[in-house]
Structures are given as structure tokens and as C-alpha cells.
Design a protein around this ligand. Structure first.
Ligand SMILES: Nc1ncnc2c1ncn2[C@@H]1O[C@H](COP(=O)(O)OP(=O)(O)OP(=O)(O)O)[C@@H](O)[C@H]1O
Ligand SMILES: [Mg+2]
Length: 255
């Protein structure tokens, strides 16, 4: 079965203008993600991963090329989209539950059922009992989990995740990854997932796109042919190790 193309970048560049000159963050990058595909983006710091996600979300304009989501050019911030930023960006004057409910409120859909859903999502991310806390009362990892719950509230068809679990300890990180896969399988959606971790990309993704150092281009695309459902136990499979070393080679990491 061929699936629709959910996200497509065609020769996309992004140049930032700064006080001290121009920075070419992404250069002539082309990639696609199919509907319901889980695509991981892997690349060195500063190679343009966050920029790429922001272009897909319509938050940063491409300076060349085309960004299409379900065949439509992205010209403004998209609505049917959930985004988890690299830092949690919570509203500090709102409690946890009111942060999670923010997208519903912003779109005029806050009601009792939505509140139930927010509570269920907080349970899912392990934050039951923290509903009425304020962001400054949370650890970095907890704040990031609030932002994941917020991104899932409106059941987006496209989920953009920028190193969502980077602030978590290894064990929680793996648990959250597996939990994300469960959510993804229950409510199919397309996921673009930025990470620095090779093993995390192998554990979670259908396909890993490796980016070059800045300006970001596609260095390689590796299909992760491990069966689903995935679990942490798969790390011991020979194929898991092979895929990790293929990606290490692509990223130029000597073993
Ligand atoms: N708003 C901005 N204004 C000017 N330059 C920017 C801006 N955002 C990013 N850049 C520059 O663009 C390049 C790519 O940044 P980006 O944040 O996309 O990288 P990244 O791959 O997400 O890095 P990291 O892995 O460290 O998060 C960097 O050189 C950065 O300095
Ligand atoms: Mg980044």
C-alpha cells in the first residue's frame, strides 16, 4: 500500500539574518514523510534540525524551495499540528492543567470532556497529582512531559518533536519513547522526531534521516527494518546493533 505524502520539503533553504550577518541554517534540503510514518532526524548540533521543524510548522519561513504538508504549501502556522519544542515553553502564570488545556482554549474548544482528556494525558506522562502546580515547581523533565501532553491534546495528525526526551534520565526516556509509540499506534499520526541519540532513533523510527553539519542537507536515509511493536529488549538484537553502527558511520563517529 502506498501512503499519502504527509510532509514534503523540496529544495528547501533557510537563511537567518542576524545583526552580524547571514547564517545559512538549511541548504537545498529535500525529504518526505509518508502519512503515519515515524521519521527521526539525526544530526550534529547546529545543523538546522530545529529550523527544519519550525519551517514545517510554519513558524519560520523557508527562504528557498517549498514546504508542503498534505500537499498544501505551508504559509502560516498549522492548526492540526502538535509541537514539542526543545525547551518546554510553558506559560509560567498558568498551572500544569491549564497549560495542557491551552490549545483547546485558544481554539474555543475547552469543555469538561477536554479537561478529562487533559487529565488522562497527564496520567499518561506520569504527572497525576501535579495538575495544580506551576511551571517553576517542576523539574526540566516534568515540564517537558507537560509540553508533550499539551501537544497531544487536540489529537494532531502531525506531531513535530524536537528532542522531546533530552532532559529525561535514560530509563524514563526509554519508557516515554515506548509510550509515544503506543499513542502513535492507537491514534495514527505522522511524527517527525529530532534526536541526538542514535539508539533512540533506531528504537522508535521507521526511517532515520541523517543530516550534514550546517548548512543542513540530507546525508543519508536509513530504513529501520525492526519489527513492531518495539520494546527496549530489542536493543540486544544483532540487527539493532547493526543499524546503530550504520548510523554511527553515517554520522562519522569512530567506533
Ligand atoms: N532565530 C535565529 N536567528 C539567527 N540564527 C539562528 C536562529 N535560529 C537558529 N539559528 C542558527 O541556525 C543554525 C541552525 O540552528 P538550529 O537551532 O536549527 O540547529 P539544531 O540542529 O536544532 O541544533 P541543536 O541540535 O543544537 O538543537 C545555527 O547556526 C543557529 O545559530
Ligand atoms: Mg535544535
Amino acid at each position: 500500500m502506498t501512503r499519502a505524502v504527509a510532509v514534503e520539503l523540496r529544495g528547501v533553504s533557510c537563511e537567518y539574518r542576524t545583526r552580524t550577518g547571514r547564517v545559512l541554517a538549511v541548504e537545498k534540503l529535500s525529504m518526505q514523510a509518508s502519512d503515519r510514518e515515524f521519521v527521526a532526524l539525526l544530526g550534529p548540533s547546529g545543523c538546522g534540525k530545529s529550523t527544519l521543524l519550525k519551517m514545517v510548522a510554519g513558524l519560520v519561513p523557508a527562504t528557498a524551495g517549498e514546504v508542503l504538508v498534505y500537499g498544501r504549501p505551508v504559509v502560516r502556522p498549522l492548526e492540526s499540528l502538535g509541537m514539542v519544542f526543545q525547551s518546554p515553553v510553558l506559560l509560567r502564570w498558568r498551572t500544569v492543567i491549564n497549560n495542557v488545556l491551552f490549545p483547546a482554549e485558544a481554539t474555543g474548544r475547552r469543555d469538561a470532556a477536554m479537561r478529562e482528556r487533559a487529565m488522562a494525558l497527564l496520567r499518561l506522562v506520569g504527572l497525576t497529582g501535579f495538575e495544580d502546580k506551576y511551571p517553576h515547581e517542576l523539574s526540566g523533565g516534568m515540564a517537558q512531559r507537560v509540553s508533550l501532553a499539551r501537544a497531544l491534546l487536540l489529537e494532531p495528525t502531525l506531531l513535530l518533536m524536537d528532542e522531546p526526551f533530552g532532559a529525561l534520565d535514560a530509563l524514563t526516556r526509554e519508557e516515554m519513547g515506548i509510550e509515544l509509540l503506543r499513542i502513535w499506534q492507537e491514534q495514527p499520526k505522522t511524527i517527525l522526531f529530532v534526536t541526538h541519540s542514535i539508539s533512540e532513533s533506531v528504537l522508535l523510527a521507521d526511517r532515520v534521516i541523517v543530516m550534514t553539519p550546517r548548512p543542513g542537507r540530507v546525508a543519508a536515509e536509513i530504513t529501520i527494518d525492526l519489527p513492531r511493536p518495539r520494546s527496549g529488549r530489542m536493543r540486544v538484537l544483532p540487527r539493532f546493533g547493526e543499524l546503530v553502527s550504520v548510523l554511527q558511520d553515517e554520522m562519522g563517529i569512530a567506533t
